[in-house]
Design a protein around this ligand. Structure first.
Ligand code: NAD
Length: 447
C-alpha cells in the first residue's frame, strides 16, 4: 500500500519506519529540510530503540523515502497521515495551526481517492475541521478519519509494532477495508481494530492520557501520605498494583509527569471541559499535585542542608530526559530541578546517556540562566567529587551502577533519588550513603 506521512517527529518517523517494515511503500515528509536530509542519509533524527535499523532497512529495500515535497508525498498515496505537532496554545487548547496548514496544503495535491488520517492528538471536532481544510482545494474524493497514536516514547517501535489497540474513528465505510489492510500485520486476533465514532477516537486519546497523568498524581499524593505516616510508597503501590482492577503500571511515585504529551493533552482536555461547562476538578487537581511534585526534590535538598543557600555545593544530576530510553526533554521535570537548584546557587554537572543536546537546546529556548550548569560526558565524570547525586531519570545505566565504586568517586556520599532509581536504600546506607527520596524514609544530615 502507498502511504504518506506528514511530519517525521517522534510519531511520524516511527510510523513511517514501522509501516515500511511491515511491507508498505512509505514516503515520510517534513517541513524541516535538515531533518529530511539527515533521514535521507539514513540517520535517525531521534533516539528510539530499534528505529535506526528500521530506517536503514527501509532505505535499503526502497520501501521508505523521505522528502520535503508534499506533492511527492501524497502522489498516488492511498493513505496520508498527519503527524504534525499540536502544541499547547495560550489558552490551554491544542494549537491546530500545523494540522490545518498541512491539511490545506495537501488538498490540491491529491491525485486519487485518499484517506487522510489525523494521527496527531487533536480535540473533538478536528475531523470535520480537517475535512474542510482538505476539501477547500481537493479535486478528487477523499475521507478524513481519526487514528490516535498510543505509543510510549522510549518503547515506540515496539509499541507501534505490537499495539494494545488500533483505534479508528471514522464515519465512512469506504475507509474501513483500507485501514484494515494497512494495519493487518499489526493487529492480533485478540486485539482487532476498534472502529468508533471520530469523536470517540479523539476523546479516547485525551481520556487515556489524562487518566494516566491522574493515576501518577494519585500515587504521588499517596507518597506524601506515606511520608507523613511512616509507610513506604513503593510497598503501597505494590499492594495496589497487585489488584487486577488497578494494575501496577503508572503507580511510580516521584518527581512528577512531564514529556511532550501529558502536560499539553491534559490542558487541552481541561479547555474542552471549560468550553462545555463540565466540572473538571478531578483532572485539575492532578495538575496541581504534579506542579507540587516537580518542585519537591529541590525542596528536600534545601531541607537536608537546612538552608536555601546552596552556593558552594556541586551536584551530579543523573538524567535529563523526561523518562528513560528517550532523548526527549519536552517539559521534563529535570528542567525545574536545574532551575530551582541553580537559582539557589548550586552548581550542577549533568549527565544523560542520550538527552544532553536536546536539553541544552531546550534550556536555550526557555531562556534559563545556565551559568551554573555544566554537562558531563559520562556518569563517572559527573559523580567525581560531587557533594550529592540527584537522580532524575530512571535510566538502567543509573540503577545498575556499582555503588561501591560510586562511593569512591563522590566527594560526599549523599543521594537524592527522585524516581526510586536505587531499589535498595538499606544497601546504600550500609555503604555509608545518606539517602533522601519521595514517599519513604529519608535520612537527615545530622542522623
Ligand atoms: P514532533 O515535534 O516530534 O514532530 C512533528 C514534526 O512535524 C516535526 O519534525 C516538524 O518539523 C514537522 N512538521 C510541522 N509542520 C509540518 C508540515 N506542515 N509539514 C510537514 N512536517 C511538518 O511531534 P511528535 O512528538 O511526533 O507529535 C506529533 C503529534 O503526535 C502530536 O499531536 C502529539 O501530541 C501526538 N503524539 C505524540 C506522542 C509522543 O510520544 N511523542 C504519542 C502519541 C501522540
Amino acid at each position: 500500500m502507498r502511504v504518506g506521512v506528514i511530519g517525521t517527529g517522534y510519531v511520524g518517523l516511527v510510523s513511517a519506519a514501522c509501516f515500511s517494515h511491515i511491507g508498505h511503500e512509505v514516503v515520510g515528509n517534513d517541513i524541516d529540510p535538515k531533518i529530511v536530509s539527515k533521514l535521507q542519509g539514513g540517520e535517525s533524527t531521534i533516539f528510539e530503540d530499534g528505529l535506526q535499523d528500521l530506517i536503514e532497512e527501509g532505505l535499503e529495500n526502497r520501501r521508505l523515502r523521505f522528502t520535503t515535497s508534499l506533492s511527492e508525498t501524497v502522489l498516488d498515496a492511498e493513505v496520508v497521515f498527519l503527524a504534525v505537532p499540536t502544541p499547547e496554545g495560550d489558552d490551554g487548547s491544542a494549537d491546530l495551526r500545523y494540522v490545518v496548514k498541512a491539511a490545506t496544503d495537501l488538498g490540491p495535491l491529491l491525485t486519487n481517492y485518499t484517506v487522510v488520517v489525523n494521527k496527531s492528538t487533536v480535540p473533538v471536532g478536528t475531523v470535520p475541521l480537517v475535512r474542510n481544510a482538505v476539501g477547500a482545494g481537493a479535486t478528487v474524493d477523499f475521507d478524513v478519519i481519526s487514528n490516535p497514536e498510543f505509543l510510549r516514547e522510549g518503547y515506540a517501535v515496539d509499541d507501534f509494532l505490537h499495539p494494545d489497540r488500533v483505534v479508528i474513528g471514522t464515519d465512512s465505510d469506504r475507509t474501513r477495508p483500507i485501514m484494515e489492510d494497512l494495519y493487518e500485520r499489526l493487529v492480533r486476533n485478540d486485539n482487532p481494530i476498534d472502529f468508533v465514532l471520530p469523536a470517540s477516537a479523539e476523546m479516547g486519546k485525551y481520556a487515556s492520557n489524562a487518566f494516566l497523568a491522574t493515576k501518577i498524581s494519585f500515587i504521588n499524593f499517596m507518597s506524601q501520605m506515606c511520608e507523613e505516616y511512616g509507610a513506604d510508597v513503593e510497598e503501597v503501590a505494590r499492594i495496589m498494583g497487585q489488584d487486577k482492577r488497578i494494575g501496577r503500571a503508572f503507580l511510580n511515585a516521584g518527581i512528577g509527569w512531564g514529556g511532550s504529551c501529558f502536560p499539553k493533552d491534559v490542558q487541552a482536555l481541561l479547555k474542552m471541559a471549560k468550553d462545555a461547562h463540565v466540572d473538571a476538578g478531578i483532572v485539575e487537581q492532578a495538575v496541581v499535585t504534579n506542579g507540587m511534585m516537580r518542585r519537591l526534590l529541590p525542596q528536600k535538598v534545601k531541607r537536608f542542608y537546612n538552608t536555601d543557600d546552596l552556593r558552594g555545593k556541586r551536584f551530579a544530576l543523573l538524567g535529563l530526559a523526561f523518562k528513560e530510553n528517550t532523548d526527549d526533554v519536552r517539559d521534563a521535570p529535570s528542567i525545574d530541578i536545574v532551575r530551582d537548584l541553580t537559582e539557589a546557587g548550586a552548581e550542577m554537572l549533568a549527565y544523560d546517556p542520550q538527552a544532553r543536546h536536546t536539553f541544552e537546546k531546550k534550556m536555550k529556548a526557555l531562556g534559563v540562566d545556565t551559568t551554573n550548569l555544566k554537562y558531563a560526558e559520562t556518569a563517572e565524570e559527573a559523580l567525581t567529587g560531587t557533594d550529592a547525586i540527584i537522580g532524575a531519570t530512571l535510566w538502567p545505566e543509573f540503577s545498575t551502577m556499582d555503588m561501591r565504586k560510586v562511593l569512591k568517586l563522590v566527594g560526599s556520599p549523599v543521594v537524592f533519588d527522585g524516581r526510586h532509581i536505587w531499589k535498595h536504600p538499606e544497601r546504600l546506607r550500609k555503604l555509608g550513603f545518606k539517602y533522601v527520596t519521595i514517599g519513604k524514609e529519608s535520612d537527615t544530615l545530622a542522623a
